[in-house]
Ligand binder design. Structure first.
Ligand SMILES: [Zn+2]
Length: 81
């Protein structure tokens, strides 16, 4: 598939996802931020959404951002010992 087509599909899917989460407006108003680096989440840089302590949190596509999810889990495990 042509890479521009992939991007267009991805953008549509991201918009649909936020629509389903009831966050379409916040997303379009650039009110959603990456939990780690605080960059505004857009259809271009959106990587993941997850539920953390009952709150939806977002991660961008910078490699280090989702990586810190793993680090946090590691920290919690260390504290338990
Ligand atoms: Zn980020």
């Amino acid at each position: 598939m042509h890479s521009e087509q992939v991007k267009a599909v991805h953008r549509a899917e991201v918009a649909e996802l936020f629509e389903r989460l009831g966050l379409r407006e916040a997303f379009e108003n650039s009110e959603l931020q990456c939990r780690i680096c605080r960059d505004v989440i857009t259809s271009e840089n959106f990587r993941a959404v997850t539920l953390l302590a009952g709150e939806l949190v977002f991660y961008c596509t910078k490699w280090e951002c989702p990586m810190s999810i793993v680090e946090n889990l590691q920290d919690q495990r260390d504290e338990d010992d």
